[in-house]
Design a protein around this ligand. Structure first.
Ligand code: NAP
Ligand code: ZN
Length: 357
């Protein structure tokens, strides 16, 4: 269906931080010349969706319709669109626009746009109108922010989490030179971490997984970790002191960063991608100073790198391990995510929007 006017579509969202997600109707804009209209097949459930729906970062615009791990099929294209055609399998991640003319945008790092990228949900980072994400029937997105999917169609649901969990781990692993000969720690076995383990393993690194959940050890080894460390056991930690070149920390709650910083070699870096609502306790500066260690952060990844990551995953047969849910189970899924009870990403089957609620 070609739409050159705004349309109303079914979605799930919330009107307030203390209210569960429920069915709602939202408006999608008209199809402009450079837009692609996508029928959403699946959408992954990121912990950021929960942080946002519950206003944990104090920046939520309501009504809030989360979802930035979107995969589906192109159903219409604007007259100037050249890269996509009706029927293509495509993805949309965390961004739907950026200024396009600042140095980060020119360098393909739209996530660091000096003028603030436009989030797929919750609007422009630095003000402006709200946007609604992928917990919906369809979406209209500028061609420049649409990703091509070359995985087999049967793998489509497992591709959805690559659009955030995949790129958020791929980008720092690449930036900090993870590969053969490097010993790398990945912390907090949830959605991001399980992708980090798969990707670091595929890049040829030696991978140590850190988890607080002893029940996840076997899964960690299956996902590609060479070693699993229970991070609440001081003896297991002590054996790894000063051994790691790089650590990617995906934990969604405040915790002692020193637990992991002491495991870095001289000149090692720990990069935080987890974004808890409350701050971490301050790390001990001597732990950094005495071994010239770095503590860093990283935000998703640019569009060019997201396409590179999708192609890398297709070439290496990598998808996310998912638990498929109907959209009506989203509030239960949020509660289970808070208990670290996800193996390892919930993905919403968007056909369920038509189920009776
Ligand atoms: P998730 O699936 O809920 O996984 C988080 C994991 O952290 C849990 O599975 C658990 O692993 C561990 N954990 C949770 N609470 C903990 C605690 N109190 N102490 C120690 N470990 C704990 O979440 P996710 O979707 O992977 O997202 C992780 C974080 O990254 C969120 O804060 C999210 O907002 C953020 N994020 C950031 C970016 C970015 O661009 N930087 C992008 C996407 C998401 P174990 O059971 O193994 O301990
Ligand atoms: Zn996310």
């Amino acid at each position: 269906m070609h739409t050159n006017h705004a349309t109303t579509v079914k979605a799930f969202g919330t009107h307030a931080s203390n209210q569960p997600l429920a069915p709602m109707a939202i408006t999608r804009g008209a199809l402009h010349a450079d837009d692609v209209q996508i029928d959403i097949s699946y959408c992954g459930v990121c912990h950021s969706d929960l942080h946002t729906a519950r206003n944990e970062w104090n920046n939520t615009l309501y009504p809030s319709v989360p979802g930035h791990e979107i995969v589906g099929r192109v159903v219409a294209i604007g007259v100037q669109v050249t890269q996509f055609k009706t029927g293509d399998l495509v993805g949309v991640g965390c961004m739907v626009d950026s200024c396009g003319h600042c140095p980060p945008c020119h360098e393909g790092e739209e996530q660091y746009c000096d003028n603030g990228f436009t989030g797929t949900y919750n609007g422009p980072l630095f003000g402006g109108e709200n946007t609604h994400g992928g917990y919906a029937q369809s979406i209209v997105v500028k061609e420049a922010f649409v990703l091509r999917i070359s995985h087999a169609e049967k793998d489509l649901a497992g591709v959805a989490p690559l659009l955030c969990a995949g790129i958020t781990t791929y980008s720092p692993l690449r930036h900090w030179g993870v590969g053969p000969g490097k010993k790398v720690g990945i912390v907090g076995l949830g959605g991001l971490c399980h992708m980090g383990v798969k990707l670091a393993h595929a890049m040829g690194a030696q991978v140590v997984l850190f988890t607080t959940s002893p029940t996840k050890v076997a899964d960690g080894l299956r996902l590609g970790a060479d070693e699993v460390c229970i991070s609440t056991d001081p003896e297991q930690l002590a054996r790894l002191a000063g051994q790691l070149d790089f650590i990617l920390n995906t934990v969604a709650a405040p915790h002692q960063l020193d637990t992991y910083l002491q495991l870095l070699k001289r000149d090692g870096t720990m990069t935080l991608v987890g974004a808890p609502a409350e701050p971490h306790p301050s790390p001990n500066v001597f732990g950094l100073i005495l071994k010239r260690r770095s503590l860093a952060g990283s935000l998703i990844g640019g569009i060019r790198e997201t396409q590179e990551m999708l192609d890398f995953c297709a070439a290496h047969g990598i998808v996310s391990d998912i638990e498929m849910i109907p959209i009506q189970a989203i509030n239960t899924a949020f509660d289970r995510m808070l208990k670290s009870d996800v193996r390892y990403r919930f993905v919403i089957d968007m056909a369920s929007l038509n189920n009776p609620t």
